[in-house]
Ligand binder design. Structure first.
Ligand SMILES: NC(=O)c1ccc[n+]([C@@H]2O[C@H](COP(=O)([O-])OP(=O)(O)OC[C@H]3O[C@@H](n4cnc5c(N)ncnc54)[C@H](OP(=O)(O)O)[C@@H]3O)[C@@H](O)[C@H]2O)c1
Length: 392
C-alpha cells in the first residue's frame, strides 16, 4: 500500500488516550494550533469523558470521537483503518501498546507515541518493523521530551559540523519540573523490568542488520566535571542515547564514525550524589512489588503537575559537538518538559507526518530520520529554542 492512497480515510489524525493528562494537553494544543483543514478525532475507552473533552475544545464540534480500548483489539484495528496517522498516549506501553502498533503496521498507518521504555521500542522493532516497511507505515516512538530535544538536538549539532569526518557529540540535560501519575507508572514498570529489557535489546541486536562501512556508538561516559559548562556530568541511561544512535545509523550525515554520550548536568556535587542515591533507592524499591505499589500510589493515573507548577518549569539541553577541526556548542531549550512541551512536540510531530513533505521512510524510524528539518522548523515556530551558542 502506498501512503498516497490513504487520503480517503475519514481522519488525518486520531489521538488515542486523549482524556489522560498529557492526552488532554495534546488535544488542547491541536485545537488551538492545528490548521483548520486537519480532519481529526479524539479516541479513548470512555465515551462520556471524550464527549466532555470535545465540548471544552475550541472548534470541538468539528472533532470526531472514537471509542477504543486496548483490551478490544478490533477497536484498535478500526482506529488504525480510519486514520492516516494515529498518536497514542496510552502507557505503560510495554503493557498496553503492542496491539495498536501491530494494527498500524498492518494498515499502513503512521504511528507515534510517547514511550520512554527501551524494552517496548526494541520489541516493536523485532515484531513489527518488517510489516510496517511492507505497508509503508512509519512507526515513530519517543515523540515527547523522551527523546525529541535530544534526538533533534544531536541532529542539529551534527548539521553544524563538517560532513564525512568522525564526529563526537555530548548532550547535557538540565531541567526543573515535576511528573504525572502516568509517567510514574511507566517509569516504575520499566525499572522493575531490567531482565526483559536486556533480553529485548539482545533480540533486537540479533535482528538488526550490521552497519557496513560506518561506526556508531553511544557509550555511557564516566561521571566527570565539565569545566566549560561549570557542571558535573552524570551518565543518563534513558532511551535517549539509543534513539540518537539509531538516527546516526540511519543518516550518513552523522559521518563515518559517530559517538554520542548522554548526561544529566548538575552544578553542585552534593546535589549530583543525592540524585544518584535517590534514583538508586527508587530503583531498588521498584523491584519489590509492595514498595512499587506504595510508590505508584503517591500519584494516580490522570494526575499531574498544576498549570502554575508547569509555568515555572523549564528544560535546557546543551550539546558539545566536535569533528573535522571544529568544536560547536548548541542548545535546545523550552518550558515545562514533561507535559506542556511534550504535548507540543507530540502534536507538532503528528502534524508533520500529516502535512509535511518528508523524506521517504517506513518501518521503525526516529524523529530525526523521519521529520528532522521539518520538525525542528515547527518546534522553533512553536517557541522551542534550537540555537548555536558558540563555535570555533
Ligand atoms: N516521552 C515523554 O517525555 C513523556 C512525557 C509525558 C508522559 N509520557 C508517557 O505518556 C503516557 C501517558 O502519560 P499520562 O501522564 O498522560 O498518563 P494518564 O493520565 O494516566 O493517561 C493514560 C491514558 O491511557 C488511557 N488508558 C488506560 N487504559 C486504557 C485502556 N485499557 N484502553 C484505552 N485507554 C486506556 C487512559 O484513559 P482514561 O482517561 O479513560 O483513564 C488515559 O487516557 C505514559 O506512558 C507516560 O510515561 C511520556
Amino acid at each position: 500500500m502506498s501512503r498516497l492512497n490513504r487520503t480517503d480515510r475519514p481522519y488525518d489524525l486520531v489521538l488515542f488516550g486523549a482524556t489522560g493528562f498529557v492526552g488532554t494537553l495534546t488535544a488542547e494544543y491541536l485545537a488551538a494550533h492545528a490548521p483548520k483543514e486537519l480532519r481529526w478525532a479524539v479516541a479513548g475507552r470512555d465515551e462520556r469523558k471524550l464527549e466532555r473533552l470535545r465540548e471544552r475544545l475550541a472548534g470541538g464540534a468539528d472533532v470526531g470521537v472514537l471509542r477504543a480500548d486496548v483490551d478490544e483489539p478490533a477497536s484498535l484495528r478500526a482506529l488504525a483503518e480510519h486514520a492516516r496517522v494515529v498518536a497514542t498516549t496510552v502507557g505503560p506501553y510495554v503493557l498496553h501498546g503492542e496491539e495498536l502498533v501491530a494494527a498500524c503496521a498492518d494498515a499502513g498507518t503512521d504511528y507515534l507515541d510517547l514511550t520512554g521504555e527501551p524494552e517496548f521500542v526494541d520489541l516493536m522493532y523485532v515484531r513489527h518493523d518488517a510489516r510496517a516497511r511492507e505497508t509503508g507505515a512509519r512507526l515513530v516512538h519517543a515523540c515527547g521530551f523522551d527523546s525529541v530535544p535530544h534526538d533533534l538536538g544531536a541532529y542539529f549539532t551534527v548539521l553544524q559540523l563538517p560532513p564525512d569526518v568522525p564526529l563526537t557529540v555530548d548532550g547535557y540535560v538540565t531541567a526543573d519540573a515535576a511528573f504525572s501519575g502516568g509517567t510514574l507508572a511507566s517509569a516504575l514498570n520499566q525499572i522493575a523490568r531490567g531482565r526483559p529489557m536486556r533480553a529485548a535489546a539482545r533480540e533486537r541486536y540479533r535482528h538488526e542488520p550490521r552497519l557496513m562501512g560506518r561506526r556508531v556508538t553511544a557509550p555511557a561516559g564516566p561521571p566527570r566535571f565539565v569545566g566549560e559548562l561549570g557542571a558535573w556530568a552524570l551518565p543518563l541511561p534513558t532511551v535517549d542515547p539509543q534513539i540518537v544512535r539509531r538516527s546516526a545509523r540511519a543518516l550518513d550525515r552523522y559521518g563515518p564514525d559517530f559517538r554520542y554520550r548522554h548526561h544529566a548536568a548538575v552544578r553542585h556535587l552534593p546535589v549530583a550524589l543525592g540524585g544518584v542515591a535517590a534514583l538508586g533507592a527508587v530503583a531498588a524499591a521498584a523491584q519489590v512489588p509492595p514498595a512499587r505499589r506504595w510508590l505508584s500510589d503517591r500519584l494516580k493515573p490522570g494526575d499531574g503537575p498544576s498549570a502554575e507548577k508547569r509555568a515555572r518549569s523549564w528544560f535546557r539541553v546543551r550539546f558539545v559537538g566536535e569533528g573535522g577541526g571544529r568544536r560547536v556548542f548548541t542548545e535546545v531549550a523550552g518550558g515545562d518538559p514533561g507535559y506542556d512541551e511534550t504535548a507540543k512536540m507530540f502534536a507538532e510531530a503528528a502534524l508533520s507526518l500529516v502535512f509535511d513533505d518528508l523524506p521517504p521512510t517506513a518501518g521503525q524510524v526516529t524523529t530525526a530520520q523521519a521529520m528532522g528539518d521539518a520538525l525542528i522548523g515547527r518546534l522553533r515556530a512553536a517557541g522551542i529554542t534550537f540555537r548555536v551558542a558558540a563555535s570555533r
